[in-house]
Ligand binder design. Structure first.
Ligand SMILES: [Zn+2]
Length: 315
């Protein structure tokens, strides 16, 4: 996979990004990838032992959406990427032009993706009273579309835009129409061969001619309703996620290496309070030391398997 890029490649002279709150972490080398186990029963037996009969909060990351065709740029062997920070975005119109030009193409990837067996299994487990809710780092909306009812989207959602000045929200589809009018033919010219990332960023280099739309209410700067790098997770999302972990008897991490600290803190919290933790992820994670069980299995195989076997918690 090509596509390693950084914003500094396109705008030299801005090589010192400000201190980041949400920090970008380079992916591990390809050698870190684990082969998918053939014997699912053996691989997942420790996970069942750790979780059976308990209510579960679930934390998910990009790994649960790769089987829906949304690339995970932190999986082993991926090219390093340096996504734009919110400070860059807000500071300079060229960066905003660059972001919107790429997102206008890239947002079609999550929009047209479908929830996979992993997302659906978590919705089933919630229906059966085993999963209390899902805390996700993904902005792709696939948990909501799979039927998960109690959902904390730590990093926001790709399908919503908000004004940085007056706070008005707009559906991404509506903003897409404004941008199509301002930039006729842009999407058709680029969508076929553009590579996209999980943050709905498409890799395009020529973006200087793109025309950006201001907020129609106040003329302010429009931004995605997502947590950029350098941004902070909204406090209400942190509170809702912590409450979900505290109410649950165990914690399951599915499809996240926990490279971003916004989710790792909830694993630490569960561990501090003595809740058993199980991790299902293709590679190693930053929380393996806290886990009662780890399984290196893809979530679209492991979660349906668990949904069939985990017994309902005793009331
Ligand atoms: Zn506004």
């Amino acid at each position: 996979m090509s596509g390693g890029h950084s914003i500094e490649d396109f705008f030299p002279g801005h090589s010192n990004p400000p201190r980041l709150r949400i920090r970008n972490v380079p992916p591990p080398p390809l050698e870190a990838a684990r082969p998918e186990p053939e014997d699912l029963d053996a691989a997942l037996a420790p996970v069942v032992d750790a979780l059976a009969g308990r209510t579960l909060a679930v934390i998910t990351g990009a790994g649960i959406s790769t089987d829906s065709g949304i690339p995970d740029y932190r999986s082993p062997g991926s090219s390093p990427r340096t996504p734009m920070t919110i400070q860059q975005f807000m500071a300079d119109e060229r960066w905003r032009r660059h972001w919107w030009a790429r997102n206008q193409v890239g947002w079609h990837t999550p929009r047209t993706a479908h929830p996979n067996a992993g997302h659906l299994a978590l919705a089933t487990l919630e229906e059966r009273g085993i999963v209390t809710g899902v805390i996700t780092q993904n902005i792709d909306r696939l948990h909501a579309r799979a039927g998960t009812r109690r959902l904390v989207e730590l990093h926001g959602r790709h399908d919503r835009i908000r004004c940085s000045q007056c706070g008005t929200h707009f559906p991404r589809a509506e903003v897409a129409e404004w941008l199509d009018e301002l930039n006729p033919g842009w999407v058709d010219a680029h969508i076929k061969d553009a590579e996209t990332a999980p943050d709905a960023d498409a890799v395009l280099t020529e973006t200087a001619s793109f025309r950006v739309a201001p907020c129609p209410v106040c003329g302010g700067i429009l931004r995605a309703d997502v947590v950029f790098f350098g941004d902070t997770v909204p406090p209400e999302a942190v509170v809702a996620a912590a409450a979900m972990v505290d109410e649950s008897e165990a914690l399951l991490v599915a499809g996240s290496s926990l490279a971003v600290a916004s989710a790792l803190r909830f694993v630490r919290r569960a561990h501090r309070d003595g809740r058993p933790i199980a991790i299902i992820n293709r590679g190693d994670t930053r929380a393996d030391e806290f886990a009662a069980a780890t399984a290196h299995v893809s979530t679209s195989r492991a979660l349906p398997w668990l949904a069939e076997r985990l017994p309902a918690p005793e009331q």
